[in-house]
Design a protein around this ligand. Structure first.
Ligand SMILES: [Zn+2]
Length: 153
């Protein structure tokens, strides 16, 4: 896709985009669930968290929740969450972006810890794990988790 924005404009546009819960990735994962008969999930369920030293408390909305299995699934965008394979530091406003990504990662970790403290299992997927060529592996992992086994990575 050609880059239609100048770099400055692009930074501005990107800074307004929600940092997770990207519609395309959510729809892609929902399609994977449907294609493989994986049921029992809900989108955008609000879960209450207590205040802790690392989390301010309040509601959190995982991208998908399997209530019965108490499994919360997040799809983390490779850019916004600083994927080690795909994050590319923008050429401009590097301090701003470094701070922003670091904040996102700290919040991700705090949310994960707070959910686990409440007895939830948390699966964080990278956006790149939704690639078609990885689908088999992804589905196997999901099925393992949903059947009660498996180790969280
Ligand atoms: Zn990635």
């Amino acid at each position: 896709m050609p880059d239609v924005f100048s770099k400055a404009k692009r930074s501005e546009v990107m800074s307004r985009i929600r940092s997770h819960g990207n519609k395309d990735t959510e729809q892609r994962l929902a399609a994977v669930f449907r294609a493989h008969g994986i049921t029992g999930w809900r989108r955008q369920v609000r879960l209450r968290l207590e205040k802790t030293s690392s989390h301010p408390g309040g509601a959190v909305r995982p991208d998908f929740v399997f209530r019965l299995q108490k499994l919360a699934v997040f799809v983390d965008g490779c850019f916004w969450h600083g994927c080690p394979e795909h994050f590319r530091r923008p050429q401009t406003r590097q301090k701003f972006w470094d701070a922003k990504i670091a904040r996102n990662q700290a919040r991700d970790a705090a949310v994960t810890r707070a959910l686990r403290r409440k007895g939830w299992r948390v699966l964080r997927l990278w956006e790149h794990e939704l690639a078609v060529k990885r689908e088999k592996r992804l589905v196997a992992r999901l099925l393992r988790l949903l059947s009660g086994g498996g180790v969280m990575e």
